[in-house]
Design a protein. Sequence first.
Length: 688
Amino acid sequence: MQHSPKIFRRYGIPFFLSLIVLVWMFLFPGNRLLLAQNNQIDSLHQVLEHTEDDSSRAEIILEIGSAYDQIDPHKSIEYAEEALGIFTDIQNDYGRGKSLNMIGYYNWLLGFFKESVDYYTEALNIFRELDLPYWIARTANNLGAVYWGLSDYNRALELYQESLAIRTELGHQRSMALTNNNIGLIYQEWQLYDEAMAYHRKALALAEETDYLFARAYSYHNLGLCYEALGAYDKALDSYKNSYQDYLEDVGEGGATSLALRSMGDIYHKRGDLDKAITYYRQALEDGRKVKNLFRMAYAQHSMGKTFAEAARFDSARYYINASLNTSREMGYEDVTRDNYYVLSRLEEESGNLDKALDYFKIAASVNDSIFNKEKIAKFTELQIRYNMEKQNQENELLRQKNEIQSLQIRRDRIIRISLIAGSVFVLIILFLIYYQSRMLQRTNTALERQNAEILKMNEEKEDLIRQLEKENEERRRAEKRIAMLLQDKELLLKEVHHRIKNNMNTMKSLLSLQAKTIEDAKAAEVLKDAGSRIQSMGLLYDKIYRSENIRALSAREYIPHLVEEIVAVFPNCEKVQIETEIEDVTLPVDILSPLGIITTELVTNAMKYGFEEVEKGHLQLRFRRMDGKVKYEIRNNGQALPEDFSIEDSRGFGLRLVNMLVQQLDGKIHTGKDRETCFMITFPMFT
C-alpha cells in the first residue's frame, strides 16, 4: 500500500511516529513483532482520529487492515470492506480497486478461493479501465494463484503470462521472480518438469540477485517438488529444508512453513519412515492453524490420515480424513476431495465394508474424471499458447534480422574505408614486432636453458618428497579406518543394548498385564496396570532412541506426542477427549526424557481416569517449551478440579508421590493450578 502525500503533509508528526515504529519492526523482528504491529495500529488509529478527508481516511483504514496481516486476517478483511464502502461512496475507482485486491488476498490466504476469485476479478477490471500496469500485473498474478488452487490451470497460465509480460517491461525483478515460480508450477501440473525447473531456476536467480528471501524460499520449494516427482528424494529434501529455513526467517511460523513441512513429510512418507512423516505433517497442521489457512490445513490433515491408514491406525486415519474432507468439499478443493475419498474407500475395504468402499471409490473416480477433463482442456490450450508464442517469436526474429542486415550494410562501407588506413599501419607494426621478437627470442633461449637445469633438479627433490608424503598418508588412512571400525562397532553395540532394553520392558509390561488379569483384588490389579504403563513410557523412549540416528538424545517433539497418544488410546473415553500438544523441538538426553515420560504417563493417566467423568467433551493440553535457560512443562485439563487443600507433597497416592520425586530428581519444581482447570506446571533446568 502507498501512503497519501496529502495526509503526510497535513499530519506530519503522527506519520513520522508511524515510520519510526515500522523501522523498529524491521530492525528488531521475532518476539517483538506483535508489539510492533500493535504500536503501528495504535499510531494509525491516532492519525485516523484527526483526519477528516474521506479519501485520506479510507487510505488509513487500508493501512490498519494491512497491519492486522499476521494478527487476524479476518480483521484485515473487515477494515478493507470498510475502506471499500468509503471509496465507493466518493466514487474513487483507484481506491476501490486496491480495497477489492486486499479483500481478495485475505480470502485467498484463509482458503476461501471462490470468494477470492470474485473480488480479484472486479479489482482487475477496474485497474484495466484505469490503465495501471503495476496493479494489473499484481492483481493478475494473485488471481492466477487462486485459479491454480482451484485446478483451473488454463486460466491461471493466461493470467501469469499477462503479469510476467508487464513486470518484465517495468523491470520489477522481485515480482518477476514470484511470477516465474507460478508459471513453473503450471508446467509441473502438466508433468513438463524440464520447462518447470527452467522457470524455477530463473526465479531463484532473480531472488538471489535482489536478496528477496521470500521468493528464494518459494523457488527452493518448487525445485524440491520437481526433484521429488523425478525420484531425486535427497535433492528434494535439501531443497525443502532450505525453503523452510528461508520462510522461517522471513515470515515466521505459519502458512508458508506449513507448506515446506508437509513436503518434507511427503519425502519421509515415500521412504517408508511413517513416524517421522507424521511428525512433520502434525507440525504442518499446527503452522496452518496459526494463520487459519484452510487449504493448507486440509492438505496436512489428508496427509496425516493417509499415513495413519498405512500404519494400520484406522481410527486416527478416519478422524483426519473426515476433517480434511469436510473442508475440501466446502471450499471446492477437488484434488484433496478426490484423494480423501480414495483413502476412505481403502479404510472401508480394510474394515470389510465392501459396498461402502465401492461407493467411496466411485465418488473419487467421478471427481478424478472432472479434474482430468479440465487438465485435458488446459493442456490443449497450453499447446496452442506455446504455438502462438513461437510463431510470434519467429516473426520478431525475422524483423530483427532484416534490421540487422540494413545496419550491417551501413557499417560495411564505413569499415572498408577505415580498414585501408588501419591495414597500412598494421603492416608496419607487424614488421617492427617481428624484428623485436627475434631479438628477444635469442635472449630468452639462453635463460631457458639455465632454468631447465634448475627445474630438473627441483623435480627430483619434489618426487622424493611426494613418495614420502604418500607413505605417511597411507599409514594415516589405515589408522583412520581402524578408528572408524571401532566407532561403528560401539554404535551398533549401543543400539543393540537399547533394543534389548526395549524388548525386556515390553516383556515386563506383558507379564504385569497377564498377572493383573489373574488377580481378583481390583486394587492390586490396578497397581500392576499402572506399573505396566510406567514401563510402557520407558519402552517407547528406548524404541524411539533405537530408531533414531542419535542414540544418546532425542527431541521431545518426537517422544511426548506419541507417548500421549499411546496412553489415551487405551481408555474407553478417549473419543470424547480432544488432545492439544504444543511441544518445542528440544533435544534432551535419555536420562532426562525417561523421568519426563513417567511424569507424563502418571498425570495423563490420572486425567483420563478421574478428570472427565462429569464433562461431555474433555480437553487435554500439553505445552513444553524453553524459556530463559529452563524448560517449562504444563499439563492441564478441563475436567474435575483439584480440592482446595490439595498438595502434591502431602498426596497419599503413589503416582503423585512418584511424580514429585521425579521432579526433584530433575532439580525442578512443580506447582498446581486449581481455578477453573486442573493444571500441573513443572519447571526444571535445561541440563540437570
